[in-house]
Design a protein around this ligand. Structure first.
Ligand code: DC
Length: 228
């Protein structure tokens, strides 16, 4: 049976389980997954690499006209490959320096405008599950489904710490991770333009005591009941 086009927006703070949930949900819905945070990360990498002060309007405008970001979703692995001016930066944009700086540059209106244009374009012709901070509020205010994932900062820090351990990146202590998450929470939710916040019509899901499978089942269950 041919499924009608669907747009699912998943927002929430860092490490609330958005991306893992979104990937598995996309797989179940047989559509693509787009990680909008990766785009802000790519911009942060470009600005750092080229030593561009994003608060200098002229310099930023020039930089934005030179930046070419391609986000290539794979329906096979539900991963995104990120190409910045022809270079595959998928791994580089996960470095800690980029993680924190992406939150800082994402406060800028010009950068956001460009990213939102790219994000909307991706959904023109295909069904999509996109995660981020402003997907339900700004990017797709008419999304078919909007979910807002939350979890306590303790739980999110624990998840990030465990993730680092598993990846062999064990240099950061639990408290350092918690501090960085608190910094990003604050920067992302207090910025003037498109702050992280729950859309009025979004369904809030507290993942503190849920595992990934439970989160996915919960969200898929809601979509299945209403849409499929
Ligand atoms: O999802 P992430 O942690 O990879 O995102 C990195 C940063 O990008 C995040 O701290 C804030 C910014 N971001 C945003 O402002 N809007 C989005 N839709 C996605 C990410």
């Amino acid at each position: 049976m041919e499924m009608k086009k669907i747009i699912v927006a998943i927002d929430g703070p860092a490490s609330s389980g958005k991306s893992t949930t979104a990937k598995q949900l996309a797989k179940k819905l047989n559509c693509i997954y787009v990680d909008s945070g990766a785009m802000y990360r790519a911009v942060a990498l470009y600005l750092l690499q080229n030593k561009i002060d994003f608060t200098e309007k002229k310099l930023l405008r020039k930089a934005m006209s030179e930046i070419n970001i391609e986000i290539i979703p794979s329906k096979l692995k539900y991963e995104n490959t990120i190409i910045l001016n022809g270079e595959d930066v998928t791994k580089k944009i996960r470095e800690p320096e980029i993680t924190n700086y992406s939150s800082t540059i994402a406060t800028n209106g010009l950068i956001r405008k460009r990213m939102v244009e790219l994000q909307r374009k991706m959904a023109e012709i295909q069904s999509i599950v996109m995660d981020g901070r402003d997907i339900g509020t700004v990017v797709f205010p008419n999304a078919d489904f909007k979910f807002f994932l939350i979890a306590s900062i303790e739980e999110r820090s624990k998840r990030r710490w465990l993730e680092n351990q598993n990846k062999g990146l064990s240099s950061k202590t639990f408290d350092e991770i918690k501090e960085e998450l608190a910094f990003r929470d604050k920067t992302d939710s207090t910025r003037e333009i498109s702050p992280l916040k729950k859309a009025v019509d979004a369904i809030e899901i507290d993942t503190t005591n849920l595992n990934i499978q439970q989160q996915v089942e919960k969200i898929y269950g809601i979509i299945n009941e209403i849409f499929l």
